[in-house]
Write a protein that binds this ligand. Sequence first.
Ligand SMILES: Nc1ncnc2c1ncn2[C@@H]1O[C@H](COP(=O)(O)OP(=O)(O)O)[C@@H](O)[C@H]1O
Ligand SMILES: [Mg+2]
Length: 386
Amino acid sequence: MNSQFAPLSPGTLTERHYEMLVQAVVDYAIFMLDPAGFVVSWNAGAARIKGYDAAEAIGQHLSVFYTDEDRRAGKPAYLLERALREGRAQDEGWRVRKDGTRFWALVVIDAIRNEQGDVIGLAKITRDITDRREAEGRYDALRAQLFQAQKLEALGQLSGGMAHDFNNLLTIILGAAKLASRTDDPERLASLLDNIQTAGERGAQMTRNLLTFARNEPKHTRQVALNELLDSAATFFSQALPRTMTLQMQVDDALHTVELDPSELEMALLNLVLNARDAMGGVGTVQLQAGNRQLAGEVDGLHGAFVVIAVADQGCGIDPAIRPRLFEPFFTTKDVGKGTGLGLCQVYGFARQAGGGVQVESVSGQGTIMEIYLPASCAQAAVAPA
Ligand SMILES: Nc1ncnc2c1ncn2[C@@H]1O[C@H](COP(=O)(O)OP(=O)(O)O)[C@@H](O)[C@H]1O
Ligand SMILES: [Mg+2]
């Protein structure tokens, strides 16, 4: 009996077994290169993914699997050099099959050393993740559409408060213009014109805010100074509340910088403020608090330096029975035309994508606190003491 085919058990694995293992893998292209980048071994996965059989592939330089653009840009040589220098190189990008078609590849190249520590070759593992990339693209497109739909819905909700504000401004402007046309006193005239100008400028600022908010722009993640963002968004949020309600802001100084798309954060906070408004039946104070917080797993298992932004109300509270469904898209307890059930879904999706989470505390009949946790951006988390 051939000992190669004896049952496998730890300690009895031979080189041949390892070779069989590598050959059996068909979902990953696993092959070896010599230090100059020429193929010296080729598994079944490589044949399946790249379309060359072992006889064709062995002896080829790895650059044949790259696109013309990448070859011109010197990418194969760069990755090779990097793997030799640092022990490892990773890449994600288009690669070319034998028949000329492209696939999106996730690539890892590791340097292999002998017992003396000399590099004797490179191990290259390539995965075809074209399907995953396409699914992600579709998901992003859907998310962008949902986000835009959400914005339009929120704009609809804001327009009531805005119309009221514009009306007030127009009343000031028309009143002052009427008085100005009747007065002979140059000082009074100057002061009335001043009023007109101030009211006009406020109206223009409101329109600008509205247009910035409504703009359909692709997601743009960047480093955001939260103190500034919350400062400038405060007026905007308070316009979401009727006159009978107030927004109280309590924002700590020196909040961590976070990495996110600011318009998504504004949208998430607006969603929380609108929910607080609906929960309180039109009277009372909505509180928005923000501070830095160090987490050690107590919220969604998150660890590290975070900023927490909380929106609190003393409204109807949330029935524990519906608590598990809050973040579901289209889950709403509100009447048709009053709610779409997309608000908390956006809040949750946004917070998770930013690397954070959402925490809900609520007592039926007493009120609700919704907290969004956002991770301090990496550069800063390293310095942040607590
Ligand atoms: N602050 C809150 N107080 C009480 N209930 C809330 C609060 N926020 C959310 N909810 C509940 O969660 C549901 C889903 O909220 P959301 O996703 O924003 O959709 P919508 O506001 O359109 O109903 C609401 O219908 C409501 O029942
Ligand atoms: Mg809502």
